[in-house]
Design a protein around this ligand. Structure first.
Ligand code: ABL
Length: 786
């Protein structure tokens, strides 16, 4: 049995396989290689998938790592070498025997089966799993960062690099007979590998502050929702038993806009605050080092920082930032939606907070809160700090159309109440060409206070409660929190800021919500977290949700540059634009994709006023059989916004996955007819006003009304969900009272988009932050708290 001991032939292979980073459903991340449909050279009809990666502690003095090997079941053994050749390097060898992993550490010395090498300690971790097609072996390798081999009688010790080093692997497929001689024996002899490769392991990218949490990560299948895959037991790490309970005055669950604003204002008031975030860092400023575009390496700015990379959020290969336990878009990382959205920033008109739209009278004047918000987060038009507009053809074009239709050109945020027959350039939360927002402002001031603590990678299961009194929050973080429980001081409070879906899920798991949803929890892996049934609190959690229905029309016009539909921005952007951004954070990349916004008030057949918002951008995804000018495409998205009357319902299944149970778009036919009328009026005369314009979706074979009729409901989703825990005076139709306190509890609050009772006028970004400023002031002013 010969083994490849390539050392001399090593260098030509370097760089053949490029290291990548990826994250699993629990947002635990690895660095290494991921390959699919590789061909077995010894049997070209056999293909296999292989992932090999590792995560390393941030403390470089620790001599261990966590490895992950995922392979198709035809892989009869896989070897993972710590160096650039099989010879004289530590190797982790593993195969599946039935449903059990058999593994050992080895070191190849000659063209024979590598003998067992003792010293390293490999422990299989609970995240290991097997399904019908693949197996996944997740392991801790201790004492694994240096190894010694014998060089003609002299021991030579090799130490793993602290930044990067070349690694290799061998694999033997069952297309080759008897890969493993005695599958039950960890020291078994082996057939030589049928496939072999090497790559440069990027150790720096694999370092993670979540390392100790990963040691306790459990999962039962290869693709399971994050809620169960992040379940941790307190017996898995020695650190868990040493965590000391620290009670907090306020525990805030969720590091999105609501949670961060609340954490800052409450810590400013001197309270002891714990902010829990299930994901990890995002932007450079928050410590994020992942997702630096290849062309922007010298800046260290990530995709979360560079506005012009926004469109690639939806087209990336491994978009780990989206919550994996939702069927809609949600950001599961520090900053929540505000670090993955287009950042359109339109502070709401005062009348948005009217009782007509469900707001209690105490909330009718947002002016002071908006002033506070703008003091922290000014709005920027244009976002490029050289004060120039880039890639602005769509603006120039639509301006000439809408001005002829009697719309006024305005600086939109100069008069936030004026939202009828106006258009203007988008306003953003980008500052000096970089994403700004709550992570750069409120979070920074909170972090500077000693009474504020942030815990990342901490997923909240439920609140711990005794009837109406909440005593803590149950999490997966048994490293920092004894048994994973964050505890409150005697008069302490919990604020759920986990978003429309996340907060609803935590309430259900805490026995708060409609009976059918609590039943789902009862059938789930976390049923034991429910309180006794006589403590369930029946509230309309998840009901009365709303989202803007949005309809995209796609056009071409010879004056438009569609920027290759943003398809090359990650790997091969236009050289001059990339260089300009790297040099000065100006230019096309200083902005996300929108270029033109407009609003119009619509009068419905039911006598109600509804507003329409339009957002136009270069690029788009036409659906037409006809040929079109592929470099001159632009899209107008028409949203029905304030005044929407349709409602839907969201909930969870027994895997705790969140999804719309009843879709909220066009439930009321008056919503549909209003938007259809609005779009019809907005595009009337457009071809006359803009010679050369072609509407390609719908094309000239479909009427607008047939197009809207046939529009796929799910693609009307704007990800502007509100209302799942809406505010109100009455617990039959609301979940929180006028102080954001969950009805029938003493000290549980909600502060996120869920409390907003009706669809806002514009993209929800600014409205959520306005509501957070107003809500946190009310919570702080409410007597009885710590
Ligand atoms: C928003 O407020 C919407 O929620 C987003 O859907 C929208 O972005 C941004 N603003 C920018 O207008 C769009 C992208 O432009 C599309 O390329 C993408 O397919 C879509 O979001 C996904 O919902």
């Amino acid at each position: 049995m010969k083994f490849s001991l390539t050392l001399a032939g090593l260098l030509p292979f370097i760089g053949q396989a490029l290291a990548v980073t990826w994250c699993d459903s629990a947002n635990f991340c690895y660095s290494g290689i991921r390959k699919t449909a590789l061909t077995d050279p010894q049997n070209p009809s056999a293909t296999f998938d292989l992932t090999i990666g590792a995560a390393y502690p941030t403390d470089t003095t620790r001599t261990e790592f966590i490895g992950e090997i995922v392979a198709t079941k035809n892989a009869n053994w896989v070897g993972y070498d710590m160096g650039g050749s099989m010879a004289n390097n530590l190797m982790i060898l593993v195969w599946l025997n039935g449903n059990n992993f058999v593994y050992s550490t080895r070191m190849a010395t000659d063209y024979v089966t590598p003998p067992v090498y003792s010293g390293p300690v490999v422990t299989q971790l609970a995240a290991s799993t097997v399904n019908a097609t693949h197996w996944k072996f997740v392991f801790r390798c201790q004492n694994c960062t240096s190894w010694t081999y014998n060089s003609g009688g002299t021991p030579v010790t090799t130490t793993m690099g602290t930044t990067s080093q070349v690694q290799s692997y061998g694999i033997c497929l069952n297309s080759t007979a008897s890969c493993v001689t005695s599958p039950t024996s960890a020291s078994s002899a082996l057939q030589q590998h049928s496939y072999f490769d090497i790559w440069g392991q990027d150790i720096a990218s694999g370092r993670t502050s979540a390392y100790d949490l990963m040691l306790g990560s459990t999962s039962t299948t290869l693709s399971i929702p994050a809620s169960t895959s992040t379940t941790r037991t307190s017996s898995t790490t020695s650190a868990s038993s040493t965590a000391i309970p620290t009670p907090y005055d306020y525990i805030i669950v969720g590091g999105g806009p609501g949670g961060i604003i609340a954490a800052d204002r409450i810590s400013q008031a001197g309270k002891k605050v714990l902010l829990l975030e299930r994901g990890g860092p995002s932007t450079k400023e928050t410590g994020g080092t992942r997702e630096v575009a290849p062309w922007a390496k010298s800046t260290g700015l990530t995709r979360f920082d560079i506005p012009g990379l926004f469109e690639n959020m939806f087209g990336a290969d491994d978009p780990w930032w989206w919550c994996k336990d939702l069927t809609v878009f949600g950001g599961c990382l520090l900053g929540g939606g505000t670090v993955i959205n287009g950042m359109l920033y339109f502070p709401p008109p005062t009348y948005e907070f009217s009782s007509v739209y469900g707001w209690p009278s105490e909330w009718s004047n947002p002016t002071a809160a908006i002033a506070q918000l703008l003091a922290r987060l000014p709005s920027y038009t244009p976002p490029s700090s050289d004060n120039k507009y880039y890639l602005d053809q769509v603006y120039t074009l639509l301006k000439s159309h809408f001005s002829k239709k009697g719309y006024s050109e305005v600086v939109i945020n100069d008069n936030r109440d004026w939202k009828d027959s106006i258009y203007g350039h988008p306003a953003y939360n980008f500052h000096n060409g970089i994403r700004s927002g709550v992570t750069h402002t409120y979070l920074q001031t909170a972090k500077a206070r000693s009474n504020f603590k942030l815990m990342l990678y901490t997923y909240a299961h439920s609140v711990v409660r005794n009837g109406a009194t909440i005593t803590g929050v149950r999490t997966n973080n048994t490293i920092d929190l004894p048994n994973g429980i964050a505890t409150l001081t005697p008069k302490g409070r919990v604020i759920l800021s986990s978003g429309v879906y996340g907060t609803a899920r935590i309430l259900f798991t805490s026995g708060i919500g409609p009976t059918d949803m609590i039943q789902q929890v009862n059938q789930s892996a976390v049923a034991s977290y429910l309180p006794p049934w006589n403590q369930y609190i029946n509230l309309p959690v998840g009901q009365y949700v709303s989202d803007n229905p949005s309809i995209n029309l796609v056009f071409t016009h010879p004056a438009v540059d569609d920027f290759e539909n943003w398809q090359n921005i990650w790997d091969s952007p236009r050289t001059a634009d990339a260089a300009q951004y790297v040099a000065s954070q100006t230019g096309v990349f200083a902005s996300s994709s929108p270029r033109f916004n407009f609003w119009k008030a619509l009068w419905g057949a039911d006598g109600k006023t509804r507003w329409m918002q339009g957002t136009a951008r270069p690029g788009g995804w036409p659906s037409t059989e006809q040929s079109f000018n592929t470099t001159a495409v632009f899209t107008i998205t028409f949203y029905l916004s304030l005044g929407i009357t349709s409602r839907g319902r969201i909930g969870i299944n027994s895997d705790l996955k969140g999804f719309p149970l009843v879709q909220p778009w066009f439930q009321d036919p008056n919503d549909k007819s209003a938007l259809l009328k609005g779009i019809t009026d907005a595009i009337a005369d457009m071809k006359t006003n803009l010679p050369g314009l072609v509407m390609i979706t719908p094309d000239n074979t479909t009427t607008l009304s047939a197009f809207v009729d046939a529009y796929d409901k799910a693609s009307m989703n704007s990800n502007h969900w509100v209302g799942s825990t809406r505010i109100g005076a009455n617990s039959s139709v609301a979940v929180v009272d006028t102080n954001c306190k969950v009805f029938n509890t003493n000290n549980l609050f909600v502060l996120d988009a869920g409390i907003i009772p009706s669809q806002p006028m514009s993209n929800t970004h600014a409205s959520v932050m306005t509501a957070a400023e107003m809500g946190v002031a009310r919570i702080l002013a409410l007597t009885g708290g710590a």
